[in-house]
Write a protein that binds this ligand. Structure first.
Ligand code: ADP
Ligand code: 5GP
Length: 206
């Protein structure tokens, strides 16, 4: 038996300013590692062109979102630029029970809620190479109005203040390198003494 099969799945929270490249990098991590699953968030924001309900997000109206809040169905939720975003708890529990690593793409308020509820979660903050590059990417992506882009840039400035609460910083000047760094973080976290000490008795029979 491969002893790594019994490694415990990790919760990996990825935050960073809008346009930093979180979605781009996360999809590269997932394409190269079948053990990684993505936590599909619920949101009240409208789908962008090319987004499919149930793939990038579960899109819903405010009423349904607020019912889910009242029903305690979210692991965390927050308001970001006038919309609700939240993580449904049930799929995360199922993935962890199946030994999967779960990657979350969530903003800083939600990340802090996960850190409080799940102290073993790994918190990674993705940054672009510069603020000017962030603005360039947001405009080049072409998915948001000028007003929304400006709100996202303003929000980014306050998000940066939260970086000291994170465990790792990944610089996304190259998405392949950034994905490699995230995979390396997950690998290193699985090798921690606290996680692997079980092998001293179970595998090594010491
Ligand atoms: P986020 O999910 O953080 O909002 P996206 O993944 O949507 O960001 O990326 C924002 C834009 O920047 C997209 O158009 C994407 O193709 C582009 N992008 C992502 N990473 C890089 C990179 N390292 N260099 C240049 N452009 C990038
Ligand atoms: P976007 O509208 O660009 O897809 O996402 C806007 C912001 O919401 C990003 O910072 C993204 O990380 C965050 N976000 C996405 N899903 C969730 C979620 O479930 N919870 C929280 N708190 N933030 C989320």
């Amino acid at each position: 038996m491969n002893p790594r099969m019994s490694d415990t799945g990790k919760l990996v929270v990825i935050s960073g300013p809008s346009g930093a490249g979180k979605s781009t990098v996360i999809s590269r991590v997932m394409n190269s590692d079948p053990n990684v699953t993505f936590s599909i968030s619920a949101t009240t924001r409208s789908p962008r062109q090319g987004e499919t309900d149930g793939v990038e997000y579960i899109f819903m109206d405010k009423l349904r979102f607020e019912k889910m809040i009242a029903g305690g169905e979210f692991l965390e939720y927050a308001k970001y630029v006038n919309n609700y975003y939240g993580t449904p708890a049930a799929p995360v529990r199922e993935s962890i029970a199946a030994g999967k690593d779960v990657v979350f793409d969530i903003e800083v308020q939600g990340a802090m809620q996960i850190k409080n509820r799940c102290p073993n979660a790994i918190l990674v903050f993705i940054v672009p190479s510069s603020f000017a590059e962030l603005e360039r990417r947001l405009r080049a992506r072409g998915t948001d109005s000028e007003e929304v882009i400006n709100q996202r840039i303003q929000t980014a400035r306050t998000e940066y203040l939260m970086v000291p609460n994170y465990d790792y910083i990944v610089i996304n000047d190259d998405p392949d390198q950034a994905a490699y760094e995230i995979k390396s973080i997950i690998t290193a976290e699985k090798c921690r003494f606290s996680d692997r000490k079980k092998y001293l008795t179970e595998v090594c029979q010491l």
